[in-house]
Design a protein around this ligand. Sequence first.
Ligand SMILES: *Cc1c(COP(=O)(O)O)cnc(C)c1O
Ligand SMILES: [Zn+2]
Length: 421
Amino acid sequence: MSHVIGLKCRECGTEYPAGIQNTCYECFGPLEVNYDWDYISDHISKEKIAAGPKSIWRYADMLPLETEKRIDLGAGFNKLHRAERLGAALGLDELYILDESVNPTNSFKDRVTSVAISKALEFDVKAVGCASTGNLAAAVGAHAAKAGLPAYIFIPATIELGKIVQMLIYGPNVIAVEGTYDDANRLASEVADSHPDWAFVNINIRPYYTEGSKTLAYETAEQLNWQVPDHVVAPLASGALLCAISRGYKELERVGLVDKADFKISGSQPLNCSPISTAVQNNSEVIPVRNFETVAHSLAIGNPADGYYAKKTILDSGGFAASPTDPEIIDAIHLLARTEGIFTEPAGGTTVAGLRKLVESGHIRKDERVVVYVTGNGLKAQDTLLKSLQRPPVIKPMISEFERLFAPKLDIHEQKAAIAI
Ligand SMILES: *Cc1c(COP(=O)(O)O)cnc(C)c1O
Ligand SMILES: [Zn+2]
C-alpha cells in the first residue's frame, strides 16, 4: 500500500502508472499525480507533521515520493511574516507575507526541484534538466549537484547576470538560447523527447514537479494554526504555482487538517507579458504573447503551460488578476523592503504591486485576512535595481563632512516622525 496510485489525466481521467510522462496518450491533456486520499487521511496528523523535518518534507505524506531517497537542501519551512507596516501602507487590516527569498537558492523553485529531482532518482535517470527563466536553473543546478547527476539547463540569453552567475557555480551544462523562454522551452522539450532516460523537471516529469508548490499552502495554514486565509495573492508565469497553491488548500480540507478551505485566489503578471491576467480581466481565452520586454524576467512566459487552468482557478474562487507596469513593479520592491525588511526580485515586486492594485480596485477587501507569496530574492536582480537607486554620497572620513550632509536637515523630533512613516 502506498499513498501514490500513479498518474491521471486532468481532462479525461485516464490513469497511468507513475513514470516519466506528462501528457495523456488518449487526449493530450496534462497528467497529475493520482493519490489515494483515503489512505492519506488515515495516516496524516498535525502531530506527525509537527515532528517532521524543517523543510517541505514534513508534508511527505502528501508528496509524490515512494521512497525515502530525498534530495533535501532545506527548501521550505519559511516564515509567514505578519506584515503590519505594508498592510497599513496598502490599507489592509491583516496581511501576511510568506517569504521565499530565503530558500537554499533563494526562490520558491527549490520546493518544486527538491520534489522533482528526488522523483527523478526513483526513476533512476541518467541526467536531469529544465527550461528556466533563471530561478529554476539555480535550483536544478544545486539539487543536481547534491544528487550527483549531470544537468542540462536551457535559458533565454537575456536574463539577469546575477542569476547566470548563481546557476553556473553549481557546474551544470547551461545552454543560453537566442529568443524568449518559450524558445528555450521548445528546444528543451525536443531534447527531452530524444533522451528518454533524462528527466526535465518542468517538462517530462512536470506532474511531480508542480506538487512541490502545494507545500506553500500547507505551510501557510500550519503557521496560521491550521486555518486557511480569506484571500491569497500569487505571481503568475506558467500558472503552475498558482494552481498548486489552490490545490494545496483544498487538499488540507480533504484530509481533515483544516475545517474549511474557503478562500479567494488572485494573481499578478507584469503588464508587458500578461496573457493570464488579461484573460482573467476580460474573461476570455488565454492568448499567447510574443516579443515582450519586462523587468520581471522570471515571470516572462508568453505561452503559459497552465494558463487555462490558472484563469479558471482564479475565477472559480472569486479572485481576480492584476497587471502592474514595470515602474509599479520597481516601486513595490522598494515599498516591501522599506516597510517589511524583505528584499525581493521583480517577480515579488509584481505580486506586491498586484496586491496594491487589487486593494485599490476593491477586489481585495480591507478586512480580509490576506496572504501574499513573495517568491524570489532581490540579490538576483541587482543589475535591474541599481538603476532605481541613488549611489551613496562619498565623503572624507570627517565628522564635519557627515554633519554637512545630514545633521542640519532635521531636528530630533522631525527625525523620529520621519522614521515612523
Ligand atoms: C517561476 C517563478 C514564478 C512563477 O511560477 P509559475 O509556476 O511558472 O507560474 C514566480 N516567481 C518566481 C520568483 C519564479 O521564479
Ligand atoms: Zn486524457
